[in-house]
Design a protein around this ligand. Structure first.
Ligand SMILES: Nc1nc2c(ncn2[C@@H]2O[C@H](COP(=O)(O)OP(=O)(O)OP(=O)(O)O)[C@@H](O)[C@H]2O)c(=O)[nH]1
Length: 428
């Protein structure tokens, strides 16, 4: 897959998903609008057509019943005046618009009005004819009743048909709305899950990595992201982390170089003095004790002169190693300068100090110095001056140790001298 396409794929994916989401929402809102319109149409149709039609049919039914009732009255009334009044009312009812507009009711109403007018005239002429007119009236009365029933039934059906239709529209709308909501909900969930996996989760990991970078904790790896922008951020962070690691190692290297002697890798004089001052203050502060020492290789110049300066360097390195090995782990040691070393032995009195210095002297005296060029040098000797750390402080003790060292040199070298003490006899 081409790189450019891979890089923009996630953007396309989210743009497409957003477009589909918008189209989906538009489609669903259109659908809801259409359903609402259907419901409104059905309701309006019911209000504007069905209900008036039902009212018309009910009125027609009532009018038909009224005509039948009027007929019963005309053919049952004893007085001519009552018959005339009833006929008058019947005439009015038979011309009611609900009757005139109905195809079956209109001719029937006309026939009934005509029949009852004729009956009234005939009964007025001959009252005994009433019985035969009443008999002839029965089929018409049945027709009126039947038509009234039919009209009322039609009105009832009209109502229930419209209600059924409305209920269909509403329940269809409900199902469609539910389906739409499920669709939108599912799509939103899928989009959110995708956003979470591709954006939020990598962002949280980047955040964790940034926190770790800041706190110098172990930095977790950033998994490759599919989103180009996040990948760029991740690679920038990885580069930053690499640069920080390199800087840190350079800083540590520089710090080491600033504090240590390049040849022997022992602490240098300045670093030793700073550390030793702190130790001395601490020790003097709680009545602790310490021995300060100066060690100087004997006739070291000869090594340079008889072999080479490089051999002299090698010897210095090995001497530093022996010095470190002869003293205790928490003793402070440094290359004081040239072939001279200084040390501070915390929590040590003169006896322990002498014992440790003696151990150093002996370890040098018994060491065969291997040369880079092959072969070995005869053992070196060292002179050591010691002094007790007193209340006057470190400088004073170092000066005393230097005096003791001078005494050791003057006394024949290869010996340990404690300030104000007689030199110890050499035992090797
Ligand atoms: N190879 C090498 N030689 C050094 C270094 N620093 C100092 N020296 C040499 O150490 C020698 C010190 O000589 P001196 O001061 O005469 O002392 P010595 O020969 O040890 O004699 P004493 O101290 O009196 O026993 C000199 O030759 C310096 O050049 C160094 O870093 N490397």
């Amino acid at each position: 897959m081409p790189r450019a396409w891979r890089n923009t794929r996630s953007i396309w994916f989210f743009s497409l998903a957003a477009a589909v989401f918008v189209l989906l929402c538009l489609g669903i809102s259109g659908l809801i609008d259409q359903q609402q319109r259907q419901v409104l149409d059905a309701t309006r149709r019911m209000q504007e057509q069905t209900v008036p039609q039902i009212v018309r049919l009910q009125r027609l039914g009532r009018n038909l019943e009224q005509m039948r009732h009027a007929g019963e009255q005309v053919l049952g009334s004893a007085t001519a005046t009552d018959r005339q009044n009833t006929l008058l009312l019947l005439n009015l009812v038979s011309h009611h618009p609900s009757l005139l507009s109905h195809p079956q009711a209109a001719p029937l109403a006309e026939q009934v009005a005509r029949f009852l007018t004729e009956a009234d005239a005939a009964v007025a002429r001959d009252p005994t004819a009433m019985a035969s007119w009443r008999q002839r009236w029965q089929p018409l009365a049945r027709q009126l009743s039947q038509l009234a029933d039919e009209v009322m039934t039609e009105a009832a059906h009209l109502m229930s048909a419209d209600l059924d239709n409305l209920s269909d529209v509403v329940s269809k709308a409900r199902v469609q709305l539910l389906g739409s909501m499920l669709l939108v909900g599912g799509f939103s969930l899928a989009l959110l899950a995708s956003l979470h996996r591709q954006i939020f989760q990598p962002l949280a990991q980047i955040h964790r990595v940034l926190l770790a970078l800041n706190s110098r904790d172990p930095v977790p790896d950033l998994p490759p992201s599919r989103v180009m922008e996040l990948r760029s951020v991740a690679s920038a962070i990885t580069a930053l982390h690499r640069a920080m690691r390199d800087n840190e190692s350079v800083r540590q290297q520089l710090e080491f170089q600033a504090h240590h002697d390049a040849l022997t890798e022992l602490p240098n004089r300045r670093h030793f003095m700073a550390q030793a001052q702190l130790q001395a203050q601490r020790l003097l502060g709680h009545q602790g004790r310490a021995i300060v020492g100066m060690a100087d290789l004997d006739f070291f110049k000869r090594v340079n002169d008889e072999h080479s300066h490089a051999t002299g360097d090698d010897v210095l390195r090995q001497c530093a190693h022996l010095l470190r090995g002869a003293l205790r782990a928490n003793d402070l040691v440094c290359r004081y300068g040239g072939e001279e070393f200084a040390f501070l032995l915390p929590e040590a009195g003169p006896e322990l100090g002498q014992a440790l210095a003696e151990r150093l002297r002996q370890s040098l005296a018994s060491h065969a110095f291997a040369l880079n060029t092959g072969g070995t040098l005869p053992p070196m000797t060292v002179s050591v001056g010691l002094a007790v750390l007193g209340p006057e402080g470190l400088e004073k003790a170092l000066a005393e140790a230097d005096q003791a060292l001078y005494s050791a040199k003057r006394g024949g070298r290869n010996q340990v001298v404690l300030h104000w003490h007689q030199p110890l006899p050499a035992s090797a």
